[in-house]
Design a protein around this ligand. Sequence first.
Ligand code: ADP
Length: 432
Amino acid sequence: MIDLRWKSALFICALSIVSIFLWLITSLTTALIVFSVGLLFYVVNHIFWIHQLNRWLKSPDLSQVPEGTGLWEDVYSSLLKYERSNTLKQTELNSALERFQIVANAIPDGLVILSAANTIEWCTSHAEYQLGLSLKTDINLPIVNLLRNSHFIAYLYNEVYDEPFKLKDVKNAESTLEIWLIPLATKQKLLISRDVTQIEKVDAMRRDFIANVSHELRTPLTVVGGFIETLSDMEGAIPDSIRSYFGMMQDQTTRMRRLIEDLLTLSHIESNTQAPDDNPINMSMLMNMLLNDANALSQGKHRISVQTNPHFDLSGAVDELQSALGNLVSNAIRYTPEGGEIKINWQLRDDQGIFSVTDNGIGIDQQHIHRLTERFYRVDRSRSRETGGTGLGLSIVKHILTRHQARLEITSELGTGSTFSAVFPKARIIQK
Ligand code: ADP
């Protein structure tokens, strides 16, 4: 830039010196004429090159950059350099984008980028195939116009994306996709779709097998249990020396029956792809029922209190939720020594409904907490058995909550106590 300025200044200076010189040796008029002609040439030259620049800018072509003269030679050479580096960057950017698209399209999962308003911004070919989209025609269209599944729409708008969501029947009646939404920092969302049809089939076979075995075992076990009970009750039927064995047999058959009932419940909930009923649940009534059950189970050995926000109810399947929330209460009683305190709470926090059970019982070490909802995971097997546990309770709770788009939060400290909270999304809260 300094160069350019100097060139202009030099020309004006030279013209001024020549004009002054002419004024001295000829006349003022001659000097003025020469000065004006010089200036005119200066201006016309600039106008010519500005016009050339303007023409070139309308269709920039690196092979046809005007060369320019004088000061314009510098302008054009800078412009050429700038354009060359720009083109280079553009080429690099294009090839990076191309590489990204090749890699993204090679991923077997489908990827869709959604805008803040949930319209489609971009998607891979696998997403087109799995979700029946077309990038060409569906770009900028709202995803809910194309994936009209009500569960998907609820999942999208609930904005709780901790867990993936299973979408059935998109391509055909047999297909199952796992959809996971990941919020991006730019308020956009990344939708990942995975074809889990095969995994689902194997899982369904496993569930059916467990359900069938449990079902088949139920009848003989009921018969055996019945006989043991009858024999135990019959006066003189069992010699006193072996009576204690019958007590043990009775305990074990009761335990097996409980296990089978829990297995059947779990496989029933797992295989139930229907959304749960959306009935209004009177939380004050439910909390009272839970308190009564808790008192019956505790038999006066614990201090149990209930606190309910009476202005809010819940929508969902009452049987399922009563069983899940009741399970949290019964766990609190079973894992809190005599004289302990149990608080059952229903409140609203940040528009979410929180059902929580707090106890000052044995507590749980941090390392176990993330595994508690696994089937048969027990921190202390013997304690679980002693208190009639099957190791399936929290697994059932988690499934029921997931069906209601809710999540289970657990905070606990070994030796101090635990809080188990079921967190329900805003969409399930009914204001009275
Ligand atoms: P279980 O039938 O063994 O109680 P659950 O699935 O209900 O099975 O619970 C899994 C494990 O979580 C239990 O075995 C127990 O170790 C632990 N647990 C659950 N609730 C509590 C609680 N309130 N306090 C301490 N430990 C608990």
